[in-house]
Design a protein around this ligand. Structure first.
Ligand SMILES: Nc1ncnc2c1ncn2[C@@H]1O[C@H](COP(=O)(O)OP(=O)(O)OP(=O)(O)O)[C@@H](O)[C@H]1O
Ligand SMILES: [Mg+2]
Length: 460
């Protein structure tokens, strides 16, 4: 006998919801489950002393609720196996504590993203793969209550006049909410786990790059090359940016600028700036661009911009080419040439109108390296290319590949395999490393020839 049917039987006719015609068994099961959880939740709330509860910390509160509920179930519930009993207790307590079905997901460290698309559809990302979970909220109202609880912890409000919220929770998770009428599928919640800070050696362990690439990137960062980390959504840009930032010498003054502060730099001389959305009256907005401009007056040795996505791009490019070299930023693009195109587009979004060719000039002199990331079919994140920008002045962009990932055809296990290929560094880059007392890693070497084997033109 399943947990549901046992509980339903023990609850008597009132406790057992009748099956609705035309619904499948699984949906009925969920509805029954939800009903039982609601029944025990209200019994639990009758028994506890709220004043006493509020004096306890989160762990004590959970323990206390579990104990009280255990008594209630022993007293009036059915005979349950220990697993069934534990499952019921967990669900009721989770709901009583506020975040309902999300609680166990938030408690599971292997989950990196939680996606709720209306009350009946919950997806999570685990180890890079998206899974649909057999979980649901009792109703859209219950989901809205959960969402309201979450956003109220950061003093934000979500309602018809304010139907989109993007915020970072005190625990570091990034939360995005969008509700009807904008979201047609129901209240939609996306929770991104605070990204774990991987070190570069750990990233090598995960196969995201190899030892030689680490040596090269480390030399680039120490020699103050301007580095753009490029990749699609969730491809690991912030993670790599964070790891690369760790290579900056500890005596340098570093300013980080982000929309939601995710970088976790270990150096001691770090100033962290975070932009701010407008308040409910539409006032008080501070953009990434405002912060980039301000940071230039703060005597930075390095500026790190979490992601360029607007008018700040021009300020960032100007800073990179006028004394604030060694800066790092990410941009959302799927290839190295797309990254340059995107910088060009973003750079032209500023209200300072700058002619197309002047912008090309700016990018050619600002950007030294593009590190291209990709999230691959099997969920792994990988550096798929390290490219140097070798064009100058107003020339069309020319990219020299120095590392690339060469994939093998995918086998039946759907795991992406392949190897890294390393190509000689253009003389100019090698000289710049040499002047900074940095070595060219052995796998690379140096070349004077920039030909079609290792370079390509990015069409504008
Ligand atoms: N090399 C890697 N190997 C395995 N997992 C990774 C790797 N890099 C990042 N991740 C994981 O992938 C998820 C997304 O990473 P991250 O936030 O760095 O991506 P992003 O490209 O900055 O995303 P966004 O486009 O949302 O800014 C995180 O859960 C992170 O821990
Ligand atoms: Mg990011």
């Amino acid at each position: 006998m399943s947990l549901r049917s046992r509980l339903a039987a023990a609850n008597g006719p009132d406790g057992a919801p009748s099956a609705l015609p035309g619904q499948n068994g699984a949906a009925d099961g969920h509805r029954e489950d939800n009903h039982l959880v609601a029944v025990y939740r209200s019994k639990l709330l009758e028994e506890i002393d709220l004043a006493e509860m509020s004096a306890l910390d989160a762990t004590e509160r959970r323990t206390r609720l579990e104990r009280v509920l255990g008594h209630i179930i022993s007293r009036e519930g059915p005979v349950l196996s220990s697993t069934e009993r534990a499952r019921l207790i967990r669900r009721v307590v989770d709901e009583a504590l506020g975040l309902g079905v999300l609680e166990p997901l938030l408690a599971d460290p292997s989950i990196t993203e939680i996606m709720v698309n209306g009350p009946d559809s919950v997806f999570v990302e685990r180890a890079g793969r998206v899974e649909h979970l057999p979980l649901r909220f009792a109703s859209a109202d219950q989901l809205m209550q959960t969402i309201e609880r979450i956003v109220s912890t950061v003093n934000r409000r979500v309602d018809e006049s304010n139907p989109m919220v993007d915020a970072r929770l005190p625990t570091g998770e990034r939360v995005n909410v969008i509700i009807p009428p904008l979201a047609l599928t129901g209240p939609t919640l996306t929770i991104r786990r605070f990204p774990r800070a991987y070190t570069l050696p750990e990233l090598i362990g995960l196969g995201s790059l190899d030892e030689q690439m680490l040596l090269l990137l480390a030399a680039f960062v120490r020699a103050r090359f301007n580095v753009i980390v490029s990749g699609g959504t969730g491809s690991g840009k912030t993670t790599l940016l964070n790891a690369l930032s760790g290579l900056i010498p500890s005596h340098e003054r570093i300013i980080t600028i982000e929309d939601s502060a995710e970088l976790q730099l270990q150096q001691s001389h770090v100033i962290r700036l975070e932009s701010r959305p407008a308040n409910i009256e539409g006032k008080g907005q501070v953009t990434i661009r405002d912060l980039v401009r301000n940071s230039l007056r703060m005597r930075p040795d390095r500026i790190i911009v979490g992601e360029v996505r607007g008018g700040e791009t021009l300020d960032m490019l100007q800073a990179m080419s006028t004394g604030h070299d060694g800066s790092l930023a990410t941009v959302h693009a799927n290839t190295a040439e797309d990254a340059l195109m995107r910088l060009q587009t973003l750079g032209s979004m500023s209200e300072v109108h700058i002619p197309f060719e002047a912008l090309t000039d700016q990018i050619n002199s600002a950007v030294d390296v593009v590190v291209q990331l990709a999230r691959q079919a099997d969920g792994t994140r990988r550096v798929v290319e390290i490219a140097l920008l070798v064009s100058r002045g107003r020339q069309p962009y020319r990219i020299a590949t120095v590392s690339r990932f060469v994939p093998q055809p995918m086998g039946p296990d759907r795991v992406v395999r392949g190897h890294y290929q390393h190509l000689p560094l253009p003389r100019e880059a090698a000289d710049k490393l040499f002047l900074a007392d940095e070595a060219v890693p052995p796998a690379y070497g140096v070349t004077d020839a920039l030909d079609s084997r290792n370079t390509r033109e990015a069409l504008t």
